[in-house]
Design a protein around this ligand. Structure first.
Ligand code: DQA
Length: 146
């Protein structure tokens, strides 16, 4: 099984970016934890980060050809992107949306996710652990669909 993990804009700055909100863990450290979990679960992961909406859409399309499931943190595009929603709907594989922070406990405009309705589920507010739970979750969703 191959899971494509897609990090959205500004997540390359984790560790220095608003540590009071997002914690001190870097994206590389999150990726290392994901790779260790993948080994434990006996799956493959691909990891990428893009700051632009079009590149994220391209990564979703590529995952549609190569992977069995997607874990995506659309970051700021969560709240705005019809195009990422449409891309997730356009590919024939399930996705789980991830957020480090609890978007429901923040500003009102963060409470709306444009992308979540295109996903099988959302994990939000558990820091780096959100990603690890999402990887376990997408494996269960893919296996249930087989
Ligand atoms: C985020 C939450 C978003 O609202 C924000 O724009 C981000 C990160 C999170 O992981 O908590 O960039 O997706």
């Amino acid at each position: 099984m191959i899971v494509a993990v897609i990090h959205g804009p500004n997540l390359n700055l984790l560790g220095v970016r608003e540590p009071d909100v997002y914690g001190s863990v870097t994206m590389s450290e999150i990726n290392e934890r994901i790779e260790a979990l993948a080994e434990e679960l006996g799956i493959e992961v691909t990891l990428c980060q893009h700051n632009s909406e079009g590149a994220i859409i391209d990564a979703i399309h590529q995952a549609g050809c190569e992977a069995d499931g997607i874990v995506i943190n659309p970051a700021g595009y969560t709240h705005t992107s019809v195009a990422i929603h449409d891309a997730l709907k356009a590919v024939p594989l399930p996705a789980i949306e991830v957020h480090l922070s609890n978007i429901l406990a923040r500003e009102d405009w963060r409470k709306l996710s444009m992308t979540a309705p295109a996903c099988a589920g959302v994990i939000s507010g558990l820091g780096a652990e959100s990603y690890l739970l999402a990887v376990r979750g997408i494996v269960a969703v893919v296996e249930a669909g087989e």
